[in-house]
Design a protein around this ligand. Structure first.
Ligand SMILES: Nc1ncnc2c1ncn2[C@@H]1O[C@H](COP(=O)(O)OP(=O)(O)OP(=O)(O)O)[C@@H](O)[C@H]1O
Length: 438
């Protein structure tokens, strides 16, 4: 079967030249070429502009993975035009008109498809998407975080001690506040202390209080956090840094619900719910002899793991727009679009400072840039340097065994769910469990 009725003469034209010329004619649309497996083999600059994905990133990717929401034209599609809804690189949803044309070789065999998308309307930033979940100021689109939100709601109804594990800036304090806000203690105080920030003796009197004359300079008695947090929640941040002598005292509070202030001789009762947080493994601290094992078990009655931002990439666009909208509301600058190159850098960044770093990046962009497009130049200098993208991130991060343990626990041992939380396939999870002996 021959399809050709047009005549082509002269020297053969390079396919890429032809596509560039076609894309030039189609200046308002996003033109791209898909191979038989629906992977991108050509990506025009119009496609970069419309979707926010650069050609370098898009080429070779499956179109359905690249543009969440994308669906292939029905096999029996009579026409060559339809409307679909796609998600751009920055997470925003877009309604587009799609024109498509199958490509066939001389024998009539399928060779892929040429498609052109034109924007109809932006449906909204990711903030308006149905899959966004919000918990007391925390936002997410990621299954692993949604599972944490569910656990927070459930555990909040009980009195169980919660241990939150996560890198700096992942939202540990916000989660601790959410546990408090969802609990019946909500009308009581929420107090927080960073165990790494104070010298041991100061920390002891900060936590447990002291009586007058307990030490030089104790001119009057002082109510500690356990006393002031009565009926509420006490958040112990960086609990792994708690000195050993204070660990024994904390253990007693958790076991007996009472304590003695520094220099005192009277037991005071403590009606306080403890939520603790750490950025490093307590198990490792126990192994190194820096943390009491019995206290570790008392603290981690319900362990919650907050994945780093680089492992919840769908949250990058969401949180970016969340912080942009906050600044937009102040009226000095209004960002309505993110340049594709800038977005690519943001998505490829490893975010060592997690959500706090992202918040600062947006603040920087509003401070240094102007206009309604967030450009590459609006990003801090480190985004101009060559980054090691997540694709190149080491396959095994330290503490991976612990993360797997926590995911299995949080999912009640369900492999499917744990694999989803860890963003790996079931097969990879099995392989890693075997390798790490989990
Ligand atoms: N999911 C989220 N949605 C919205 N804002 C978030 C989210 N996670 C964190 N943030 C914001 O990021 C910042 C850092 O969060 P937070 O202080 O809770 O992190 P942390 O893990 O306790 O950090 P550190 O260990 O350094 O104390 C805060 O301004 C918080 O409001």
């Amino acid at each position: 079967m021959k399809h050709r009725s047009d005549t082509l003469s002269g020297p053969p034209v390079d396919a890429r030249c032809l596509l560039d010329a076609l894309a030039g004619l189609e200046c308002t649309g996003a033109l791209y070429l898909l191979d038989k497996e629906e992977r991108v083999s050509y990506w025009s600059s119009g496609a970069e502009q419309l979707t926010g994905h650069t050609g370098e990133f898009a080429t070779g990717e499956s179109i359905a993975r690249l543009l969440p929401g994308y669906s292939s034209p029905a096999a029996d599609a009579g026409g060559s035009e339809d409307e679909i809804r796609i998600q751009r690189a920055d997470g925003s949803a877009l309604l587009v008109r799609r024109r498509f044309q199958p490509l066939r070789d001389w024998e009539g065999g399928g060779r892929g498809r040429l498609e052109v998308l034109t924007a109809i309307e932006t449906i909204g930033t990711p903030l308006a998407e149905a899959d966004v979940e919000i918990l007391h100021g925390l936002l997410t689109r990621e299954p692993a975080m949604k599972q944490v939100f569910r656990l927070v709601r459930n555990v909040a109804e009980t009195e169980a001690t919660v241990l939150i594990r996560g890198e700096s800036g992942t939202g540990k304090e916000l989660i601790a506040r959410a546990v408090h806000a969802e609990s019946h203690r909500v009308k009581g105080p929420f107090l927080a202390v960073n165990c790494a920030a104070l010298a041991p003796s100061l920390l002891e009197s900060e936590l447990f209080g002291h009586v007058r004359g307990a030490f030089t300079g104790a001119v009057r008695s002082h109510a500690g956090l356990f006393q002031r947090a009565d009926g509420g929640t006490l958040f112990l941040d960086e609990v792994a840094e708690l000195p050993l002598e204070l660990q024994a005292k904390l253990l007693r509070v958790l076991q007996e619900r009472s304590f003695v202030p520094v220099g005192g001789d009277r037991m005071l009762s403590a009606d306080v719910r403890i939520v603790a947080a750490t950025h490093r493994s307590l198990r490792d601290a126990v192994r190194e002899g820096r943390f009491r094992e019995d206290l570790m078990y008392r603290l981690r009655v319900v362990p919650l793991f907050l994945p780093p931002l680089r492992e919840r990439r769908r949250d990058i666009g969401l949180l970016l727009w969340h912080f942009i909208e906050r600044h937009n509301a102040r009226g000095l600058r209004r960002i309505v679009r993110i340049d594709p190159d800038a977005m690519r850098r943001l998505l490829d960044h490893l975010w060592p400072g997690n959500v706090r770093e992202l918040q600062n990046v947006v603040e920087y962009a509003f401070a240094v840039g102007r206009g309604d497009v967030l450009e590459l130049d609006d990003l801090p200098p480190e985004f101009g340097e060559v980054q090691t993208g997540p694709r190149a991130a080491p396959e095994t991060v330290p503490d991976e065994a612990e993360r797997i343990r926590v995911a299995l626990r949080q999912s009640g041992g369900r492999i499917d769910q744990a694999a989803r939380m860890l963003q790996m396939s079931r097969a990879t999870l099995w392989r890693k469990r075997k390798k790490l002996g989990v």
